[in-house]
Design a binder for this molecule. Structure first.
Ligand SMILES: [Zn+2]
Length: 420
């Protein structure tokens, strides 16, 4: 699988092959030292591309970024990328990856890190831990093991039966929300997701309606901060988004009807914006013809205009925008086919981000939202070797993001196209 004559490194578990027609390296291969020769480097920070660069990978980290190729050595695999673009591994700042199969699909699409906002019966947590232990390949996942909101749904109560008294009513009050936050933390949360407005993806809920109150969201923020964790707020509604920002959340997810005053407040506080533009397309065009499907379709389409307007204003104000799919990467799901490539295209075409800005949105800004920019999200010596190379030109053509040539995660080759 590697260059002829080289030792194929340890492969352990091969999760059901989703890679028909593609050449995948052993998914859980041990990190191998690499010299990626002759790349056009786009480092994720917004700096101008640099041609003719070599990036070395040593011990899973970025070892050096040099003009001259190092001498060949038997311990290091050299790959000549022939001038192709090399970017930081993509960060999907809001996904719903739950299974190992979905995780593998995300990884092979170039995503080396993802924040998973919500979980069904701790599946994402299990997948996260299988990946961390090296048993299955996948992006690094940072998970909220649940979505705290007044009506969290039956799966929440299955995992957190201590809140069962609210099952027919609502989970309400700052004390109860703080308790729920502690419960998620006890399950090993990396981040906490709260509901500041009702959901858009169901015809039966009204995304214009605020859910948790400012005091309730503040209780979650305070409790999470004690453990050094951030809170992400699902917020379409104007009042819900305003409450979440005032309560000190790290990021507004979606933000459809966020108003000018709240955008100003986000700018002042450094609140991040994760708009998930691309997910609106499949929601606006759901399968089926039931009255519910049609209602959902019409409403979603009516949300696209306000959302784009809000994101354009946020961009003009200099609010940090991170790219995300809100997708599952599952094979039987409306949102499963969305890729970061779709979001990058929308950030460019509908919002007006420059190509370099859109790449930063999908790399460094995602790391900042999560709070891990000191170890990934850009190409800098000493950071984790999370890298992706493309055949096409990702600056002039966002479709290039659909076809990674090489994906490296923590120094391990996760995907490699046909021989270079
Ligand atoms: Zn979501």
């Amino acid at each position: 699988m590697f260059v002829a004559g080289r030792r194929v490194l340890v492969a352990t578990i091969v999760a059901g092959c989703l890679c028909s027609g593609l050449l995948a390296a052993p998914p859980t291969a041990v990190a191998q030292d690499l010299d990626l020769l002759n790349v056009t480097l786009v480092d994720g920070t917004g700096a101008a591309p640099r041609k003719g660069v070599t990036v070395t990978v040593r011990g899973g980290k970025i070892g050096s970024i040099v003009e001259r190729a190092p001498a060949a050595s038997t311990d290091v695999r050299q790959i000549d990328l022939g001038g192709r673009y090399l970017l930081p591994g993509l960060i999907d700042a809001h996904s719903h990856v739950e299974s190992p199969a979905a995780a593998l699909r995300a990884l092979q699409s170039g995503v080396t890190t993802s924040r998973v906002l919500g979980d069904t019966n701790l599946q994402a947590m299990g997948t996260r831990d299988l990946i961390r232990a090296g048993y299955v390949p996948g992006p690094e996942l940072l998970v909220s093991p649940g979505h705290i909101r007044p009506k969290p749904g039956i799966a929440f109560y299955e995992v957190y039966p201590q809140f069962g008294d609210a099952i027919d009513g609502e989970l309400r009050g700052p004390d109860r929300i703080a308790e729920a936050t502690r419960a998620l933390i006890a399950k090993g949360a990396d981040v906490i997701k709260v509901g500041a407005s009702e959901r858009a993806g169901l015809a039966s809920t009204d995304p214009r309606k605020q859910e948790l109150t400012e005091d309730e969201i503040r209780a979650a923020v305070t409790e999470a901060a004690k453990k050094g964790l951030y809170v992400a707020a699902h917020a379409h509604a104007r009042e819900g988004a305003a409450a979440a920002v005032r309560a000190g959340v790290r990021s507004i997810e979606h933000g459809t009807w966020v108003d000018d005053a709240t955008l100003d407040e986000m700018k002042r506080r450094g609140t991040y914006f994760v708009p998930t533009l691309a997910v609106m397309s499949p929601l606006g065009d759901p399968q089926g013809n039931s009255a519910e499907d049609v209602a959902l379709q019409l409403r979603t389409q009516s949300m696209m205009g306000p959302l784009r307007a809000a994101v354009r204003k946020a961009h003009a104000l200099g609010i940090t925008i991170a790219a995300a799919t809100d997708g599952s990467y599952a094979d039987r799901d409306d949102t499963g086919r969305i890729r970061i490539a779709h979001e990058i295209a929308m950030l460019r075409e509908h919002i007006g981000l420059t190509p370099l800005e859109s790449i930063t949105a999908a790399t460094l800004n995602g790391a900042r939202v999560i709070g891990i920019e000191n170890r990934t999200g850009s190409i800098r010596v000493g950071l984790e070797a999370d890298l992706v190379a493309y055949d096409g030109d990702p600056l002039t053509d966002s479709k290039a993001f659909f076809e990674p040539r090489l994906v490296v995660s923590d120094g391990k080759i996760a995907f490699e196209g046909a021989a270079l």
